[in-house]
Design a protein around this ligand. Structure first.
Ligand SMILES: [Zn+2]
Length: 262
């Protein structure tokens, strides 16, 4: 019986070895590791050389986005990121969206805003016709006048309102409430003047200010080095880079916890 048991062990090891060899040969091990490491799954249309660096370290590769496959940016954004861009917006907006989403694809951002719509303000059924995010429709409404630099901010800002609406712990909304109340720089709360004042609102509530701070917290995290400009209203912006010189470290850390390294 002892002999018989040993034979079974040998057979088991041989079979296990063959099993592992098969997986290595077929590349399945790589796939298993890719799944385990979360953001390392290669997406359709992504150049293969771009996937490995992002999977090895905490920083994604900072390379320019490739051209939209088949020169069809609306389709590329929809196929790759699940976001529908209205044909009523300027055609460049789809390219801006493609480039920004590709640029942040190793963060959680694109996964968290998948399934949303980007429309032109005049398509808004709301008679106020206000730019912004509309929860019921899962849509954000934008004006058609922005250069790419401002599009990058407002696009991430408006979509970030949907992340704020996700339940804890994904949104980290409860943590953000504490950070918003307690983190002051030069006596100012909120990473931007807009987050502090919500100046486009008539009589903003504390929670509306907090929500704007949340959206700007993520918008400037994914647009590092950009001067605050969310509202465009004079006196609302501070004219500074929100996270410059290590300012608002708790906001920065929270954005990092929500979206991952960028
Ligand atoms: Zn907002």
């Amino acid at each position: 019986m002892i002999h018989n048991n040993s034979w079974h062990k040998v057979l088991f090891i041989i079979v296990l070895g063959m099993f592992i060899s098969f997986f290595i040969a077929s590349g399945s091990v790589e796939k298993v590791f890719a799944v385990l490491s979360n953001k390392c799954i290669t997406k359709v249309g992504e150049p293969s050389e771009a996937k490995t660096p992002g999977c090895e370290g905490s920083q994604p590769p900072k390379t320019p986005a490739p051209a939209c496959p088949n020169n069809n940016c609306p389709k590329a954004v929809l196929d790759e990121f699940g976001i529908t861009i209205s044909a009523n917006l300027p055609s460049e907006y789809s390219r801006y969206a493609w480039e920004k989403l590709w640029n942040v694809r190793y963060t959680n951002f694109d996964d968290l805003v998948r399934g949303t719509f980007v429309k032109a303000v005049f398509e808004d059924p709301d008679p106020e016709n206000r730019e912004g995010s509309h929860r019921k429709e899962n849509a954000i409404y934008l004006r058609s006048i922005y250069p790419q630099s401002f599009f990058d901010i407002i696009f991430v800002h408006e979509l970030s309102h949907f992340i704020n609406d996700l339940p804890d712990p994904t949104s980290r909304r409860t943590d953000h409430d504490g950070v918003f109340k307690n983190e002051l720089e030069d006596g100012h709360r909120g990473v931007t003047g807009y987050g502090e004042l919500a100046c486009t609102y008539e009589n903003p509530t504390d929670n509306e200010k907090r929500e704007e701070d949340y959206a700007d917290m993520l918008a400037y995290y994914l647009n590092p080095g950009v001067i605050d400009q969310t509202s465009g209203i004079e006196g609302c912006n501070r004219g500074v880079v929100p996270y410059a010189n290590g300012k608002y470290p708790n906001h920065f850390k929270l954005a990092q916890d929500i979206l991952g390294a960028y």
